[in-house]
Design a protein around this ligand. Structure first.
Ligand SMILES: *Cc1c(COP(=O)(O)O)cnc(C)c1O
Length: 335
């Protein structure tokens, strides 16, 4: 398994997650950009680290920190070969990515012959060859996924035949791991699953979220029917009620999309809806009769508020909600 810990380990704490995964015997880690990996090297993480989206101007940094770039185009291939020679290295570990249909990054399948020719002259050790599927969470059978897998199988055959190299092959992310057990191949690249989510209620049931986000009520107001709450009179109380003010806002990644009842928190096991607009630093929630006081604990994400359900209710996904959680939120690690 490659443990994907990009974006601060999906909004948690990349350093701690990396250390934990290394203790558990992970074979390799992956991040999006070189800077994320350099930070892991600085705290002493020694396992291979793939850089999924290396930027050409950072190639020397990749070598200095002993990172493993993913090469995805003739240009990235040529430029990295140049950097490796400049740094007087040989057999430098790299990974090759093919674009089988997502049209994000990757060599076109027709470029496989070019890649095969270049491999023998390049100062590289090809550690793995992979592609990324666009919709592994879709119910099977899924025509586009099958088309992508078919293309990747052809690419695998070519690479297996052509060289006496023995690269590893991989295709699947978290939902692919659940949905396509027949294509686990040599490695799987698991991100969101490490944090407890798998894009499907059935698979979610087999995982546990690794973190909770909690806060405390800053202030409580008694509101009369007809009074408004928040910027632009965002909510008009339809009844006499209580409103709690919480110290988290859109600057912390609690997006404005969660305003106007799209988002909620859990207090004493009860759902309290966000009323009006989300502010930069605070939100207001309707408390009604929930038993609580100023200072009471509030679950923002955790028991009673699943990140994927909250995200979906506001038209986004758990990945965005988690990875957008800001630096201002203290991370507390329980070991
Ligand atoms: C982020 C990423 C993953 C992890 O995906 P999850 O759905 O979070 O498991 C795997 N592969 C690539 C190329 C990625 O960019």
């Amino acid at each position: 398994m490659i443990g994907v810990i990009k974006a601060n380990a999906y909004g948690s704490v990349a350093s701690s997650i990396a250390e934990k995964l290394v203790r558990l015997g992970i074979e390799a880690l992956a991040v999006a950009y070189a800077k994320e990996a350099a930070q892991l090297r600085q705290i002493g993480i020694k396992v291979p680290i793939l850089v999924f989206y290396p930027q050409l101007e950072n190639f020397n940094n990749i070598i200095h920190h002993n990172l493993e770039p993913v090469l995805y185009s003739k240009k990235s291939w040529g430029k990295f070969a140049e950097s490796v020679r400049e740094e007087k290295k040989a057999a430098y570990p790299i990974h090759i990515k093919y674009n089988t249909g997502l049209n994000r990054i990757g060599f076109h399948p027709d470029e496989a012959n070019w890649v095969l020719e270049e491999i023998s002259n390049a100062p590289f050790e090809v550690k793995s060859i992979y592609s990324h599927l666009g919709q592994t969470e879709s119910p099977k059978p899924d025509a586009e996924t099958e088309r992508q897998i078919g293309l990747f199988k052809e690419i695998m055959q070519k690479h297996k035949k052509a060289n006496d190299l023995k690269p590893e092959f991989h295709l699947l992310n978290t939902s692919g791991l659940f949905n396509y057990p027949e294509y686990h191949l040599d490695w799987v690249r698991v991100g969101i699953g490490l944090y407890g989510f798998a894009n499907n209620p059935e698979w979610n049931g087999t995982l546990q979220p690794v973190a909770q986000l909690k806060t405390n009520i800053t202030q409580i107001h008694e509101i009369k029917a007809g009074e408004t709450v928040g910027y632009n009179c965002g909510w008009k109380a339809p009844r006499n009620t209580r409103v709690g003010v919480l110290p988290i806002g859109h600057a912390d990644g609690f997006s404005r999309q969660y305003g106007h009842g799209k988002g909620w928190v859990s207090i004493d096991g009860h759902k309290a809806q966000v009323v009006g607009n989300v502010c930069m630093d605070m939100i207001m929630v309707e408390l009604g009769d929930i038993s609580c006081d100023e200072g009471s604990e509030v679950v923002v994400i955790g028991s009673g508020v699943r990140a994927d359900e909250l995200a979906e209710n506001a038209g986004t996904i758990s990945y965005e909600l988690l990875s957008a959680l800001g630096n201002r939120i203290p991370r507390i690690i329980k070991t």
